[in-house]
Design a protein around this ligand. Structure first.
Ligand code: ADP
Length: 494
């Protein structure tokens, strides 16, 4: 049970300068360390190592050597399963320390982070631990004169690059299935959210993951992330982050060894409210949470609210009421519903989008400003912008902040057109009590996840997979394993 006393035990803990984790050892980066600024108060509280291309290549070599040696890839499945269960136990043992560390680094409210980060990571490792002795190869239905065997083999070295909003959860979504399938990994965390993933590497070693099998290399995306993308010795890239970086990774792949690239990119997810929603008050409350949790720094955030015209004004009043009730504040206080913006750069970018919306004629009806400047940290009011039309910047571009763009519709077809009117297709919400309408909308809205009469919360049993420019390849569920497996056919004449 999370209580303030436990959180306080770790909130000011001294964090030593962090190193790289390569081949089972903590080593210095060859570049100058970065200071880590907490978004809570804008002050540095530790530093991380800045890897160079040479450091990244050492980590990739160590992953390759471990893979070829078979210390993990050939370990009996029951033993690998035990080790991943151990890792889940250790994450649960250290959940509060791990979560507080992550929150100091990235600013997510601890109310959310405790489940979304440590809780989710522990669950993810457990889920894929269980898959290890349950996924089989296949025997093909061939003529009797031959035997066609389909083996599922690990791919080799998986490079993964993750963002700063939910580092542990998203990191676990890549690492756990890749390890379960028998691969070795090099992980590149985001510059502003590396600490909890470095701690995860420590726990993985304690759990029994052999040296070289999980390496963590911190540093600049444009330098060491790029080096990973261009490496001739990385077989798969699993990425979550922005569209422009995703596009670059595809180019790096094309320029090097044509490595498989799985991309989970941005979203501008529509949340469509029909007047026949079963509970409009609940819909308003969930709509507010679906954009303002973690200050909107959520890839599946419902950042576009699309409301049937005849209920628009009343519904918006209700959304504003819920938005204004949210307590924005220190993310390590249990009383805060919403924490900090990850960085000053991100805060400035959010405010820039509010200004653009104003200039383009939309109405800022609540919020729009930086707050709590006296803390030194980066905080922003939940912001609702109405009269957003499909040619407005706010309708089309991902803000990744607490800014809700509201549009209205008259007919179902208009709602579908608005919902599908961006380059993204990550998530969507539909609120209606009409079953036929719900099914029709699920099939017509182009998104990887369509929520009906709820938003978010889809668990490990189902995939998260973008369509259009929101990416490809599933995180979560048994389908995620496919990304980290090669199919090999043995065709045997009998
Ligand atoms: P965000 O806008 O969420 O920071 P980015 O795509 O810039 O999204 O960052 C996500 C991850 O991608 C981070 O770990 C970052 O370091 C990394 N990254 C950024 N630029 C590059 C690049 N050119 N090549 C590889 N990785 C990169």
């Amino acid at each position: 049970m999370l209580d303030q006393g436990l959180i306080n035990k770790y909130r000011n803990k001294e964090i030593p300068a962090q190193k790289l984790f390569i081949d089972g050892n903590w080593v210095n980066g060859s570049g100058a360390d970065f200071d880590i600024i907490s978004p809570i108060d804008g002050k540095p509280f530790t530093s991380i190592a800045r890897a160079t291309v040479g450091d990244m290549n050492k980590a990739i070599k160590s992953a390759r050597d471990a893979f070829e040696k078979g210390s993990w890839s050939n370990m009996p499945p029951a033993q690998r399963k035990k080790i991943l269960h151990n890792l889940s136990d250790l994450i649960e043992r250290d959940a509060i320390e791990l979560t507080v560390l992550g929150v100091r680094d990235n600013g997510t409210e601890i109310n959310m982070a405790i489940n979304a980060e440590a809780g989710s990571a522990a669950g993810t490792f457990r889920y894929y631990a269980e898959s290890i002795d349950k996924v089989y190869g296949e025997i093909a239905p061939t003529a009797n004169s031959v035997l066609g065997l389909i083996h599922k083999e690990p791919v080799g070295v998986v490079g993964t690059i993750v963002p700063w909003n939910f580092p542990l959860m998203i990191g676990a979504w890549k690492i756990a299935p890749a390890l379960a399938a028998g691969n070795s990994i090099v992980l590149k965390p985001a510059e502003t959210a590396s600490l909890s993933l470095l701690k995860l590497a420590e726990l993985a070693a304690e759990a029994g993951v052999p040296e070289g099998v999980l390496n963590v290399v911190t540093g600049q995306g444009s330098l060491v992330g790029k080096a990973m993308g261009l490496s001739m010795d990385v077989d798969v890239l699993a990425f979550t982050g922005s569209g422009p970086t995703g596009r670059q990774l595809l180019e790096y792949s094309a320029q090097s060894n044509m490595k498989r690239c799985y991309l989970e990119l941005g979203g501008k997810s529509p949340n469509i409210i029909f007047s026949d929603a079963p509970d409009l008050n609940l819909a308003a409350k969930v709509s507010a949470m679906a954009i303002f949790r973690n200050s909107g720094q959520v890839c599946v955030a419902a950042s576009r609210l699309i409301i049937e015209e005849n209920i628009h004004d009343d519904f918006i009043k209700d959304v504003i009421k819920h938005a204004n009730q949210l307590q924005v504040g220190n993310p390590l206080d249990l009383s805060s519903d919403v924490g900090a913006i990850n960085s000053e750069t991100q805060l400035k970018s959010n405010l820039k989008y509010v200004n653009i919306a104003k200039e383009e004629g939309a109405d800022i009806i609540t919020g729009g400003n930086q707050i709590l400047q006296n803390t030194g940290g980066y905080y922003m009011e939940p912001t609702v912008v109405t009269n957003v039309s499909s040619n407005n910047t706010l309708f089309n571009e991902e803000v990744f902040g607490p800014v809700l763009a509201v549009s209205k519709f008259k007919t179902e077809d208009e709602a579908i057109e608005l919902a599908n009117g961006t380059e993204f297709g990550l998530s969507a919400g539909i609120w209606t009590s009409n079953l036929s309408k719900a099914h029709k909308m699920v099939s017509k809205v182009k998104a990887g996840v369509v929520n009906v009469n709820t938003y978010g919360g889809a668990d490990m049993t189902v995939p998260l997979s973008g369509v259009k420019q929101s990416g490809n390849g599933a995180d979560k569920s048994m389908h995620a394993l496919d990304k980290y497996i090669n199919l090999k056919t043995a065709w045997i004449q009998l």
